[in-house]
Design a protein around this ligand. Structure first.
Ligand code: Z5A
Length: 209
């Protein structure tokens, strides 16, 4: 296979349904005879998964916002070079659960880090690589938080944040969608799953031609 694959990212605040919809999107692409690599951020390689663990579960020592953002991009550099770029070069599609829009939303919106600094790091680590399509699953913050709380298990460092944090996260995601309407498609995800999935297919179809 010699044509380059497409890079699809899935974004949104907590509990919007990313994990639920990843297998659906994968199966849909496979049904269209499209080879797809499914991955996630932070993570996706051995080292990046170790960084993920540090980012989500470091409770012994406060993680500064600078350390957090640099660790996000350190994990991303590994992931891009060992997984994403090789797969795209081989003609496979890549479906990634979160990518750099999450850094704008969580570190920029949530933590208040400078968006210019994030943009600089994005250019430094990714050069001109950007997703071909980003599906932004959007639900009101209280809905997402309620869904996440209903799941079993302990909340991680991000999930333990408060309502205001997630309101800022959501606002930056929506701003990003307004700034890049060609790339970022908003999927209203507070609807029945079958309706959400129809909207996802509708957003994917233009990429298939
Ligand atoms: N992070 C960051 O700060 N900066 C970065 O650059 C990157 C990441 C890349 C890990 O993300 C954390 O990393 C993340 C941001 C940070 N922290 N947070 N919060 P993650 O993606 O691994 O974890 P997550 O965001 O916490 O995902 P999540 O909470 O697991 O949400 P989700 O995957 O979008 O939701 P879900 O598990 O698919 O669904 C939640 C529940 O809702 C579940 O019970 C479903 O059955 C239910 N659900 C799903 N869809 C529906 C519909 N349509 N109706 C009713 N119920 C539904």
């Amino acid at each position: 296979m010699n044509s380059k694959g497409k890079f699809i990212t899935l974004e949104g605040g907590e509990g919007v349904g990313k994990t639920t919809n990843v297998p659906f999107i994968k199966d849909y692409l496979l049904s269209q005879n499209i080879p797809v690599v499914v991955t996630r951020e932070p993570g996706g390689t051995q080292l990046a998964e170790k960084i993920r663990d540090l980012l989500l579960h470091s409770n012994d020592e406060a993680v500064t916002s600078h350390a957090e953002i640099l660790l996000m991009f350190a994990a991303r550099a590994q992931h891009l070079n060992h997984v994403i770029k090789p797969a795209l070069a081989q003609g496979q599609w890549v479906l990634c659960d979160r990518f750099t829009d999450a850094t704008y939303a969580y570190q920029g919106g949530g933590r208040g880090m400078s968006l210019e600094a994030i943009q600089w790091l994005e250019n430094f680590v990714q050069a001109d690589l950007r997703p071909d399509l980003t599906l932004l699953l959007d639900v009101p913050v209280v809905t997402g938080m309620a869904r996440a709380k209903n799941r079993a298990g302990q909340l991680d460092r991000f999930e333990s944040e408060q309502l205001e944090f997630f309101n800022r996260v959501r606002q930056v995601y929506l701003n990003q969608a307004q700034q890049y309407p060609e790339r970022i498609k908003i999927i209203q995800a507070d609807q029945a799953l079958t309706v959400v999935q129809q909207a996802i297919v509708g957003a994917l179809k233009p990429l298939l031609v």
